[in-house]
Design a protein around this ligand. Structure first.
Ligand code: NA7
Length: 560
């Protein structure tokens, strides 16, 4: 290795929501930062996922940065739920406004990172063949950045155009006059379907599992709406910081079982009409914890599907069964169900008519060949661990992170994996991440990481690792919390069930954004409880254990 390898305080991986804020926050705290981004532009998830209809499912007032009131006041959102293109424009504006591009090397993938124990430095190797040394490694790689292939035989034989929603081509394809097939009906598939229906010759939707889709009620924003939102930003953000989902809507406490059928109907109708992603889950406190309460919401939504979809057979196939409402992320769309009333849209229910193989002309199902000009794979992601598992990360003793996580990812607080010191996982496994408002989760993590690095610098501490016991307690707590809910009843990407062979472990922390934030603050205030900190004490560089603290029982026992 060359002796002239440059040392920076932090290498940040990724230039999406998390990477951009990490660059800004760390730089403001006086750290030198080098970021690498595999794409040729800003945007992360939104850079890769700009397929037709790609749109965030949280309101713009919440799915945006809160760190700068000037930014909040000057950015003019055009829609309640911004499109991928608008989010890209916003992130580009952020990068320009705060002069973040100078820290980012684009078109560069981090391929390997090795912890050099003697120096407490990460040696980072990138796709341009260079290496850098960093005191801290901050992968801001996103939880949904590695597309999951559809595992269907014959994919490579298809002669038409084929795209995965998570790697949409920069040059927008044309759709007019084409026979298009969409495989997958999660959030991405639903958005593609409602967006391409009527814009192509014929759309065939291949559905393995019917999903719950609730109205988006997306609409353009008027200057008055923006003005109103700006006037309440401060309260909105403070409330979001203490709620379960990181949005300004506290959960109800009462049980759906205590309400009369009329009261329930009225609440559910209201949630349907004034919809937002979490509307139904906020109606009652036990929707995600009690089968009976959950089934009431599920049946209400099924009744709406029966009302909207005219053909009884298609309607029946679209009814979601087999997992509780909300345990797979519900989708938002104003027109998804009604597009199945069109003659140029058809549904193939893969449970009764499975795909046999993909062939040069299209998709061969158990009932025959469906000829297609374009195939869109909306088959999801290798979530949470995919991105880091694709980098050759080696920690103490040369141990590979992918080996440590072979039986299921483990971290302390979703922030540090024991044995991989000075590596902070932004919204990593074991943190609320996508089960709360991602923008808020990202800011909370990056703020915590920047404060932690500042503390370490001030106290001449050169290494931070998680205590093994603290990590085990935390992951046990993550599992204990989920076991009090219905989430494990679904084969979701939250627990790796969508990727064949992946260990099945529920990875996001369900204790709620507000509770989690408080825990992280308490840990820091107590001198980084549950972390092992090592300080340089002598001129010769001899290290001494400055603090080695085991997670106190109370830390792992927070309320849900
Ligand atoms: P999701 O939610 O993981 O959805 C993937 C969809 O693809 C889902 O309907 C899957 O069916 C289906 N799928 C996956 N593999 C196959 C194969 N082999 N054959 C047929 N169908 C398949 O990914 P999205 O991109 O839609 O959304 C990810 C998140 O992004 C979303 O939750 C939001 O947070 C934003 P399954 O349900 O597994 O039977």
């Amino acid at each position: 290795m060359s002796q002239e390898v440059k040392i920076v305080d932090a290498v940040v991986i990724g230039a999406g929501f998390a990477g951009l804020y990490a660059i800004k926050r760390l730089r403001d705290a006086g750290f030198s930062v080098q970021a690498f981004e595999a794409g040729d532009g800003i945007g992360g998830t939104w850079y890769w996922n700009h397929y037709p209809g790609a749109r965030v499912d949280l309101e713009c007032w919440d799915y945006s940065y809160s760190f700068s009131s000037e930014l909040q006041d000057e950015w003019e959102w055009s829609q309640r739920y911004p499109s991928a293109q608008e989010l890209m424009a916003y992130l580009e504006h952020v990068a320009d406004r705060f002069k973040l591009r100078q820290q980012i090397q684009f078109n560069t993938r981090v391929e390997a990172a090795e912890f050099i124990e003697a120096d407490n430095l990460w040696l980072v190797r990138t796709s341009d063949g260079k290496t850098r040394k960093a005191r801290f490694l901050v992968p801001a790689t996103g939880g949904l950045s590695v597309p999951k292939p559809p595992e269907i035989p014959g994919i490579e034989t298809f002669r038409g155009e084929a795209y995965h929603t998570g790697r949409w081509p920069r040059q927008e394809p044309t759709y007019e006059g084409k026979r298009i097939g969409v495989i997958g009906t999660g959030s991405s598939g639903v958005q593609v379907v409602h967006s391409l229906a009527g814009k192509c010759k014929h759309l065939t939707v291949f559905q393995r599992t019917a999903v719950f889709v609730v109205p988006a009620k997306n609409h353009p924003l008027t200057p008055e709406m923006r003005q109103r939102a700006r006037a309440t930003y401060a309260e909105r953000r403070s409330l979001s910081r203490i709620t379960r989902f990181g949005i300004p809507a506290p959960m109800a406490n009462e049980s759906a079982l205590d309400a009369t059928p009329e009261e329930r109907r009225a609440k559910f109708e209201n949630a349907w009409i004034n919809s937002q992603l979490l509307g139904f889950r906020q109606c009652y406190g036990d929707i995600l914890a009690n089968d009976e309460s959950n089934e009431m919401v599920a049946e209400f939504i099924r009744s709406k599907i029966r009302e909207i979809v005219k053909d009884p057979e298609t309607s029946r196939k679209l009814l979601p069964y087999g997992f509780p409402f909300g345990t797979k992320r519900p989708c938002l769309s104003d027109t998804y169900y009604s597009v199945f009333n069109r003659d140029d849209v058809s549904l193939v229910d893969l449970k009764s008519t499975p795909i046999v193989r993909i062939v040069p002309k299209g998709v061969e199902t158990s009932e025959g060949l469906i000829e297609l000009d374009m195939l869109i794979y909306a088959t999801g992601y290798d979530a949470f661990t995919g991105a880091l598992s694709h980098i050759d990360v080696r920690g103490v003793g040369g141990r590979k992170l992918s080996d440590k996580w072979a039986a299921g990812a483990k971290t302390y607080l979703g922030l540090v994996a024991q044995g991989f010191p000075n590596l902070f996982t932004v919204t990593g496994p074991g943190s609320p991440g996508p089960l709360a408002n991602m923008a808020m989760s990202i800011e909370q993590h990056v703020d915590w990481i920047a404060d932690c690095m500042t503390y370490l610098r001030a106290n001449r501490i050169t290494r931070i690792d998680a205590d093994k016991g603290a990590e085990e307690n935390w992951m046990q707590h993550v599992q204990d919390v989920v076991s009090r809910t219905l989430y494990e009843k679904a084969n979701s990407w939250y627990r790796g069930a969508n990727v064949p062979g992946k260990p099945q472990l529920f990875l996001p922390y369900l204790g709620g954004h507000g509770n989690y934030r408080k825990k992280c603050e308490e840990v820091a205030a107590a001198g980084y409880l549950g972390f092992v900190l090592t300080r340089e004490t002598t001129a010769t560089g001899m290290a001494d254990k400055a603090a080695s603290r085991i997670a106190a029982a109370g830390l792992a026992g927070g309320a849900v």
